[in-house]
Design a protein around this ligand. Structure first.
Ligand SMILES: [Zn+2]
Length: 61
């Protein structure tokens, strides 16, 4: 079992995602990673600062 991958968190649903393979987008000079395009689209539709402040809706599990 290798744990050398760079894992991060989907800011929309809180799911752990792998930076190497996850969908991502840049905003405000940072890169955010998502478990699926649904989360990415949702993130892009949110106002800045709203991420992770609401309750997690768990789009995909
Ligand atoms: Zn997600």
């Amino acid at each position: 079992m290798h744990e050398s991958k760079s894992m991060t968190k989907d800011p929309v649903c809180g799911m752990a995602v792998d930076e190497a393979t996850a969908l991502h987008t840049e905003r405000e000079g940072k890169t955010f990673y998502f478990c699926c395009d649904h989360c990415r689209q949702k993130f892009l539709s949110m106002p800045l600062g709203a991420t992770t402040k609401g309750k997690s809706e768990g789009c995909c599990g």
